[in-house]
Write a protein that binds this ligand. Structure first.
Ligand code: DX5
Ligand code: ZN
Length: 219
């Protein structure tokens, strides 16, 4: 069984003390940084963009897993690569030429991810799964941290795992939204490889300890 990954989402961190929050993740058992970029068009919220990611990249010592909730992501692929982003995930619903977008991300040396909204079926990835390094299954409607986990996600993860196996693909399954100690293990048991956790980590009394416990939970 391959190693399971925890990716704290900085969206829920204290932006006034971002360097301190980054150092906490550096020192913790977490594996990746999850960075949520929102444009106020694809989703009804605006988070942060390039200058903030540039600052994060200067301090982060773990891979930058960047989740673009933006329209027309193709325009910025090179910019994110130049900032030092390791994984670039675009939304299925925002990409009319998804295959081309995936190739463009890989051509810049990054891992290519596709995120699917709660209403988007994993069946729609039949013809691209072999080109996708990471699928983010959204377990909330994207746009905000701190929302409740959607239970239908378990079945989607199982269906996606079946598709990946059937197509002999090498794709990681990442779950994003409302992840906590109550659903982490069950998600892994259904086939998930990566769990994003925002509020559950950063709003807890001891984020380092919360990450450690989450890792132990899914080990
Ligand atoms: C939601 C973002 C998530 C969010 C997760 O649109 O993509 O990454 O930060 O936050 P929690 O874990 O609080 O649901
Ligand atoms: Zn995200």
């Amino acid at each position: 069984m391959s190693k399971k990954i925890i990716a704290p989402s900085l969206l829920a961190s204290d932006f006034a003390n971002l360097q301190r929050e980054i150092e906490m993740v550096n020192q913790s058992d977490a594996d990746w940084f999850h960075l949520d970029v929102m444009d106020g068009v694809f989703v009804p919220n605006i988070s942060f963009g390039m200058p903030v990611i540039q600052a994060i990249a200067q301090h982060a010592k773990k891979p930058l897993d960047t989740h673009l909730m933006i329209v027309d992501p193709d325009k910025y692929i090179k910019t994110f690569a130049d900032l030092g982003v390791d994984h670039l995930t675009v939304h299925y619903e925002a990409c009319p030429h998804l295959h081309r977008t995936l190739q463009a991300i890989k051509a810049e040396g990054m891992k290519a991810g596709v995120a699917i909204n709660p209403h988007t079926s994993v069946k729609l990835l039949e013809d691209t799964i072999q080109d996708i390094d990471i699928v983010i299954v959204m377990s909330v409607n994207p746009g905000f941290g701190g929302q409740s986990f959607i239970g239908n996600t378990y079945q989607k993860v199982a269906d996606l795992k079946e598709l990946i196996n059937r197509k002999n693909a090498n794709t990681l399954i990442e779950i994003d939204g409302g992840v906590n100690a109550d659903n982490a293990k069950k998600l892994i048991d259904h086939g998930a490889d990566v769990l994003v956790a925002g509020s559950f980590v950063f709003k807890s009394a001891n984020p380092t300890e919360t990450i450690k416990k989450l890792k132990e939970e899914i080990a």
